[in-house]
Design a protein around this ligand. Structure first.
Ligand code: 5AD
Ligand code: SF4
Length: 476
């Protein structure tokens, strides 16, 4: 059950994987070859992913499902008999990208391909996709991925329009196999869907209700990941800290973090994204107590104005949010905090925006992801009045990013001279140049004359800083 693989690839090198690689986690060898022989040989698939890390990881699981049915993954559309797009609809631009991709098949020469649309646009647009792009054969939202094998069976039997669009589910997507792309950090979804009802957001519609995976199932997969050599895991969920163990164990989120960190072989446990409402002191205590739990928290604020937070239905005020920040800034171990901010929400005044800037100055985030508000179908905010012009949204975004640049420059310069442990993830073409991440999620490019550092943990002394990354040298 749950075979997982670790692809020891060099960064930047293209790779093809087949079933043999995929079942590398299965043992013994005889069982492996029996398994491979039993899988029918089907076509080839090309899978492209848009959107968040949840989508990236869903694609890793979808690829696992396809590979275990005998499909082979290829890297170009031309080489594929089955083309799948795992889509994002968080902002309008992301959703549009998918339709422009689908349009490319209108007059494509050669053998017709099977086309699948997965993810958030699939859920949002549903069967309308068939009207707009009649050459699409599969439309399936993430809440129906556990039905993918059934849907594939229908397609293989010759059906031309197959859908999985039910969101009223308590199922989580658990696969026999997952084909992980990142050889150093394994993503692991512990909670799917979202029950918060932020007035701007499509996710509650596209990903269905919140449903957590049983803690023993999470820890079982984590053990397999450790066994095949992963030392860093990132727990994923739209609201990861709203995790509620459905099993009799009733393990709290912070207890799950602690248990994961205790797993032999695990050196780093990350989690993303936290919702401020459910962000509690026991999570901070877990980070303080166990160095293997990464000292980085992504805690989206969205706005610094309590008035706007109320219309966004974020369920906390500016003051309550700042209380959570104070909890982290007062921790025994420094915790890096990043956030998401939306500018130009309907009715956002200059005063509201000034409160956001002022909150940023107060918190001094280590990183920010900022977005112009984009009205989304079915959301309450779509019907709100007092839209802010695109021009004004762009202006506010520019001001915000400039301020953050200043904050990050100052903060990063203070790190010069300090030592950090870096998990090495990449090697530059330039000689002796490596890159990796600190526990607090900072990117560090550093010099070392050693070979074979990929995947190892290296002591690096910081020698230089830019707003978005640090440079350093291997400390001996
Ligand atoms: N417009 C702009 N940004 C949005 N986000 C979510 N919905 C919207 C929208 N309609 C942002 C939020 C969220 C991040 C993943 O995307 O900041 O935290
Ligand atoms: Fe995009 Fe949100 Fe769906 Fe992720 S969950 S793919 S960010 S719409």
């Amino acid at each position: 059950m749950g075979a997982v693989i670790n692809l020891q690839i060099e960064m930047g090198k293209t790779f093809h994987i087949g079933l043999e690689t995929l079942v590398a986690g299965k043992s013994p060898a005889a069982e492996r070859s029996e398994f491979i022989a039993a899988v029918p040989k089907r076509g080839t698939f090309y899978l492209e992913t848009f959107g968040c890390q949840m989508n990236d990881h869903d694609s890793e699981k979808v690829a696992g499902v396809l590979l275990s049915r005998g499909y082979r993954q290829v890297e170009t559309i031309e080489a594929a008999s089955f083309v799948l797009y795992n889509t994002c609809s968080i902002r309008e631009k992301a959703a549009q990208k998918v339709f422009s991709r689908l349009g490319e098949f209108r007059d494509m020469p050669g053998e017709p391909k099977k086309i699948g649309v997965l993810g958030c646009v699939a859920q949002q647009e549903g069967e309308k996709i068939f009207n707009r792009s009649p050459w699409v054969n599969l439309v399936c939202g993430s809440a129906s991925y556990s039905k993918l094998p059934e849907l594939l069976t229908q397609l293989e039997a010759g059906e031309t329009r197959v859908t999985g669009l039910d969101t009223d589910t308590d199922e989580t997507f658990e696969t026999e196999m997952t084909r992980r792309d990142n050889p150093w950090r394994a993503y692991l979804t512990i909670i799917e869907g979202c029950d918060k009802a932020c007035s701007y957001c499509v996710v509650p519609f596209t990903r269905g209700p919140e449903r957590s995976r049983a803690s023993d199932s999470v820890l079982r997969e984590l053990r397999q990941l450790a066994e095949i050599g992963y030392s860093e895991v990132q727990f994923l969920g739209q609201t990861v800290n709203s995790y509620r163990d459905p099993s009799a164990e009733k393990m709290e989120f912070s207890a799950l973090l602690r248990a994961a960190a205790e797993m032999p072989g695990m050196k780093r446990v990350r989690f993303m994204t936290s919702h401020p409402r459910d962000f509690s002191a026991d999570i901070v205590a877990a980070i303080e107590d166990d160095e293997r739990i990464c000292n980085h928290v992504h805690l989206p604020v969205q706005s610094g104005s309590t008035r706007i937070l109320r219309v966004m239905q974020r369920t906390y005020s500016r003051e309550e949010y700042l209380g959570k920040i104070a909890m982290m800034r007062g921790a025994k171990r420094p915790i890096a905090i990043s956030t998401d901010i939306i500018v130009g929400f309907p009715g956002e005044t200059d005063g509201d925006f000034a409160e956001t800037l002022n909150l940023m100055e107060e918190v001094k985030y280590e990183a920010i992801f900022a977005f112009k508000y984009s009205p989304r179908p079915n959301t309450p905010a779509q019907k709100m009045e007092d839209a802010i012009s695109e021009e004004e949204k762009s202006r506010r975004l520019g001001v915000l990013l400039e301020l953050q640049r200043k904050i990050q420059t100052e903060a990063n310069e203070k790190l010069i001279g300090q030592p950090f442990e870096v998990h090495v993830e990449g090697k530059s073409k330039k000689e002796n140049q490596w890159s990796g991440r600190t526990s607090c999620n900072r990117v560090v490019n550093f010099l070392s004359t050693r070979s074979n550092l990929l995947g190892s943990y290296v002591a690096v002394r910081i020698t230089g800083a830019t707003p978005n990354c640090l440079t350093g040298e291997h400390a001996r």
